[in-house]
Design a protein. Structure first.
Length: 223
């Protein structure tokens, strides 16, 4: 089964998708981490995000996904860069590179390959911005997660603080609001709820409650 979880930054997609996959024995594919890895490649190259730069940088990007004990790791040129992907500038860069058609084409193809590979054995949970609308419009279950911006900013702030990455709450909130705007207004694969997606508001839900919501929906579809 393919479970597609979409929603804005900080809505709880990653935490929920990871926990759902663990509960069900599925693999978890964080598509946002793939965009962050490409953004990191641009940052390391000192390249601005543009179609011209992409023509130079993207052919050099050796991106790979590795699973260790069911945990997803992102590799860039063979280096495990998972620990660097939570940096604020990488997050903003991911939103920027996501506006480039050549980047999206490359990553969507890779996401579709992995999703099809694991759809039936053991099953896969994908999360991002356009899984249910673009990557897998035929997903077996689609969830669209939302939450108030202040709550999402607090979650991201707590995550950065726990990782020892200095941040101001006001800056994190401003970043969340700007990424929301960019994701909604971009011409290519804008953030939107698929017509057949179930909405899950996580503003006042515990992690356990939102995970259980998705797991219950999966089991309903499994019959």
């Amino acid at each position: 089964m393919i479970v597609a979880i979409d929603g804005p930054a900080g809505s709880g997609k990653s935490t929920t998708a990871r926990a759902v996959a663990e509960r069900l024995g599925y693999l978890y594919l964080n598509t946002g981490a793939m965009y962050r890895t490409v953004a990191l490649a641009f940052l390391r190259a000192g390249a601005e995000v543009s179609a011209e730069s992409a023509a130079v940088v993207l052919p050099t990007v050796e991106l790979d996904v590795r699973y260790e004990g069911g945990t997803m790791h992102m590799l860039l040129g063979g280096e495990d860069v998972t620990h660097e992907l939570a940096r604020p500038e990488v997050g903003q860069g991911a939103s920027d590179v996501g506006t480039l058609a050549v980047v999206r084409k490359k990553l969507v193809a890779e996401q579709q390959r992995l999703g099809r590979l694991y759809r039936h054995d053991p099953g896969v949970v994908l999360e991002g911005r356009d899984i249910g609308t673009v990557v897998f419009p035929d997903a077996d279950l689609k969830i669209f997660m939302i939450a108030d911006p202040e709550v999402r900013a607090q979650r991201r702030y707590d995550e950065l603080t726990a990782r020892g990455l200095g941040a101001r709450f006001e800056d994190v909130l401003a970043e969340i609001l700007e990424r929301d705007r960019q994701d909604r207004e971009r011409a290519l694969s804008p953030l939107r709820k698929a017509d057949d997606a179930l909405e899950l508001n996580t503003t006042h839900r515990s992690i356990d409650a939102q995970v259980q919501f998705v797991v219950d929906r999966v089991r309903e579809r499994e019959g």
